[in-house]
Ligand binder design. Structure first.
Ligand code: NAD
Length: 424
């Protein structure tokens, strides 16, 4: 009999959502009780206090986490989020999704995630550097190229990864590029990593549109979140001929049915840091953006934005989940019942990021670097294989696409744990 005695530490709305997804998938493949809970719950976590000296001389202590969900299939892998609403439960849910994602696309990794409760927009560059370095200093004995390999997520970027790589390298006494991915090119970053997640979202969206017989040149696109994933998704889809009619960030959104000038929007964000008051269209709220009529809706910000309240009102043909966990369990059910919207689930849709992170790690370990074409060709080939596997699973068992993707990912982790025995 399954007797879970863990989870109170992680209890939160988003962790329960990830658990419900797991339970549904585990039921669908009749995962034996003996393996269920140890596949489901995170292996371990570390919580740290991070004192940072501020511009005015005072000291602020931030709280940070790293959750390693699964280490049975390889070093764990997953981003680090800097956001004011981070909780341990959210980090655990994101770590869980990383396990299914790396497994689904066939990478030799487990899953992990990190987070710090901080609004990075309120920090100076110097404060951000101190916080990033202090976080890695506390993680030195918990991560490593063969143990756990962080990457960027919401609120972190190449620069942060560079500081973290430098901090770790100073501790171990040699250059250890492979300890994090998403680094600047000058520190062993990979060609194509910055755009990898968005390029992958756009590639899969195009492939699914082809399956639906809809030409990309007639497609309209609404994107929530205009950071790394959202902006790169927008650029890649626009290059392919689609019209980007709405974009947004945490300050709100812009809607322009004639198409948004992305180059201007990017330049605006580079200088102003947000889209607030950008004059490229009508202002809309993030909630309104989700309900705009469009061909592709790409949530590329935070979790749980497509809910039971707005799922009945969505007017898109395809949802491409650039973000992790954007759709609640209830919304999933409603969309399935509606049957008129296709959904590319997060673990497949945004896996381009971790795939090219894997390429970066391989290049660091071998000290042999690839060109951009090679990176992108290999990325798209892996996405094709993952898509084909998901579609085959879906047809074979009549699963939803999310259930198909999750069952494939979960089965591989469970198989590895079964083969290794109880210890790992
Ligand atoms: P980012 O920090 O570069 O960008 C986040 C964007 O979301 C910003 O434009 C921000 O203003 C916006 N945002 C924040 N809060 C918002 C809110 N409440 N409403 C609307 N917009 C809001 O982060 P990112 O790396 O682009 O990550 C975005 C999503 O993609 C996350 O769910 C992340 O886990 C997922 N993801 C990222 C990667 C990666 O390689 N960076 C890979 C896979 C998945």
């Amino acid at each position: 009999m399954s007797k879970a005695i863990v989870s109170s530490l992680y209890d939160s709305e988003v962790f329960r959502m990830a658990c419900r997804q797991f339970d549904q998938a585990a039921d669908a493949i009749s995962l034996p009780d003996a393996i269920r809970d140890r596949t489901k719950y995170p292996r371990r976590c570390l919580a740290v206090s991070l004192p940072v000296r501020r511009r005015d001389g005072s000291v602020t202590v931030f709280e940070g986490y790293r959750v390693q969900h699964n280490l049975s299939t390889g070093p764990s892998k997953g981003g680090i989020r800097f956001h004011q609403d981070v909780t341990l439960g959210e980090v655990a849910a994101l770590a869980m999704w990383m396990s299914w994602k790396t497994s689904l696309v066939g990478l030799p990794y487990g899953g992990a995630k990190g987070g710090v409760i901080v609004d990075p927009n309120q920090l100076s560059e110097g404060e951000l550097e101190h916080l990033s370095r202090r976080y890695m200093q506390e993680m030195v004995n918990f991560v490593g190229p063969q143990v756990d390999v962080p990457a960027p997520d919401v609120g972190t970027n190449e620069k942060v990864m560079g500081w973290m790589m430098d901090t770790y390298s100073n501790h171990v006494g040699h250059v250890a590029s492979a300890v994090v991915t998403g680094k600047p090119l000058s520190l062993g970053g990979s060609q194509g990593r910055r755009e990898a997640t968005g390029a992958g979202v756009a590639y899969l969206a195009r492939r699914y549109l082809e399956d639906l017989g809809l030409p990309i040149t007639q497609a309209t696109v609404a994107i929530q979140g205009f950071g790394n994933v959202g902006s790169e998704t927008a650029l890649a889809l626009a290059r392919a001929g689609a019209r980007i009619i709405a974009i947004s960030d945490y300050t709100g959104g812009i809607h322009n049915p004639r198409g948004i000038d992305l180059a201007r929007a990017l330049e605006y964000v580079r200088t102003q840091r947000t889209l607030r008051d950008f004059d490229g269209g009508e202002a809309v709220t993030n909630e309104e953006l989700l309900e705009l009529p469009c061909t592709i809706l790409a949530p590329c910000a935070l979790e749980r934005v497509i809910t039971a309240a707005n799922a009945p009102r969505l007017r898109c043909r395809l949802i491409a989940e650039g973000a992790n966990g954007p759709t609640t369990n209830e919304a999933d059910r409603i969309l399935e019942e509606r049957g008129d919207i296709e959904l590319i689930p997060d673990v497949l849709c945004n896996s381009g990021g971790v795939i090219v992170s894997y390429f970066e790690w391989l290049q660091n370990l071998s000290n042999f670097y690839w060109d951009r074409d090679e990176v992108l060709t290999k990325l798209f080939a892996m996405l094709d294989r993952a898509k084909d596997a998901v579609e085959a699973q879906r047809r074979k068992f009549k699963f939803s696409r999310r259930l198909a993707a999750l069952t494939l990912g979960i089965q591989r982790v469970a198989d590895a744990k079964q083969s290794r025995g109880l210890f790992p």
